[in-house]
Design a protein around this ligand. Structure first.
Ligand SMILES: [Zn+2]
Length: 158
């Protein structure tokens, strides 16, 4: 088992280096101490990528965590039993604040690569999402939760 963790650590370090966030070192230290919850979609640790992490609460009040908004959206649009979450929580990419996913704005196609490659980068405000999209070559217009339908998800995972 040990080598898996070493491998994970190396890839995390590598991904961490790719990210130009000033806070990433701090986040990484925190992540190492708390790696425990795995993504309900792909199995990767969710606490390692704070700026991408998300979760949903299903109709039976059960929480499911995800490594990224991409895994979250794939789950909502591909798994019928989780297609109608009562609550969706995503992380604001800039502030790392947990925000209501159903009210968030998302940027697809930017240069910022998450744990699952290109992803839906989440923001609390439309203004932040738009300025991020302009700075990092994301698609405009930015997307609301409702804009991300099955078609959008299908294109995203191609
Ligand atoms: Zn995942």
């Amino acid at each position: 088992m040990k080598w898996i963790y070493s491998l994970l650590f190396i890839s995390l370090t590598f991904l961490g280096c790719q990210s130009s966030d000033k806070k990433h070192q701090h986040q990484q230290e925190e992540a190492e101490a708390t790696v425990s919850d795995n993504c309900a979609h792909c199995g990767m640790p969710t606490s390692s990528y704070k700026q991408w992490s998300s979760s949903l609460v299903d109709e039976n009040s059960k929480e499911h965590k995800f490594c990224s908004n991409k895994c979250l959206m794939m789950t909502i649009h591909q798994m019928e039993e989780l297609s109608n979450p009562t609550e969706v929580s995503v992380t604001d990419y800039y502030t790392l604040e947990k925000i209501d996913g159903k009210k968030a704005f998302f940027v697809w196609g930017s240069d910022k690569v998450g744990p699952m490659g290109k992803g839906f980068v989440a923001f609390k405000t439309k203004e932040d999402a738009e300025s991020f999209a302009k700075d990092y070559n994301g698609q405009l217009p930015v997307l609301s939760y409702k804009d991300i339908d099955t078609e959008v998800v299908k294109k995203a995972i191609q």
